[in-house]
Design a protein around this ligand. Structure first.
Ligand SMILES: [Zn+2]
Length: 204
């Protein structure tokens, strides 16, 4: 791509670095922004700056949050004795959209993947163990994707959780379309949370 302007080229290259955005789309987006009013572009850039500057990870569940503790963990309506373990914040959003789950979450921030050099210590597993040590948790639902990494992580967590007096269950993962929770439709995902099964029975 030959650019008539270095400034244009820079902006297109930045957009092109985003996942799923090719050079042509990047150019279209940049030209679109260029046509907008100054105030509109300022709002766009400041939302990104604020996002990076202000966002936090909930110190209880590690979900993305505006405050030190997220709204879900703070809510008195949520059942703190049930923790649903998920890979990332998109899974929290997907499960929240089902309106079928009243417990709280624990966001691992990834899955164990030896191929990518991601081990248990790279994930928020210790934080989960700490929450269990406090003794109020009765059930841990492992809602991880039906992939090799998901399976590896579930197996690792199951062995870690065995020492605690908690029920460990998994959601029906055969239904996971494309293996990722976020792509499952809300009704199916909601149902699979309600009909979750103890992990032992699943592997047995
Ligand atoms: Zn939280």
């Amino acid at each position: 791509m030959n650019f008539s302007s270095k400034l244009l080229q820079n902006a297109v290259e930045e957009f092109g670095r985003l996942p799923g955005v090719g050079k042509k789309t990047a150019l279209r987006l940049v030209l679109h922004l260029l046509k907008q009013q100054d105030a509109e572009v300022a709002r766009f850039t400041s939302s990104l700056n604020l996002l990076k500057e202000k966002i936090q990870y909930c110190k209880e569940c590690y979900n993305i949050s505006d405050e030190e503790v997220c709204e879900i963990c703070l809510s008195v309506k949520r059942d703190k004795s049930t923790i649903c373990v998920v890979e990332d914040t998109r899974d929290v959003m997907a499960i929240e959209n089902t309106n079928q789950y009243q417990g709280v979450y624990h966001v691992l921030g990834g899955l164990i993947s030896p191929m990518d050099g991601i081990g248990p210590s790279d994930l928020k597993i210790e934080g989960l163990i700490q929450r269990l040590r406090q003794g109020a948790v009765k059930e841990v639902i492992l809602a991880l994707s039906a992939t090799m990494e998901g399976d590896t992580t579930i197996f690792y967590l199951y062995r870690k959780l065995k020492e605690f007096d908690v029920q460990v269950s998994t959601i029906a993962r055969g239904i996971a379309f494309g293996g990722e929770l976020e792509y499952v439709d809300e009704i199916t995902l909601g149902r699979s949370i309600l009909t979750r099964v103890p992990y032992e029975r699943n592997v047995g």
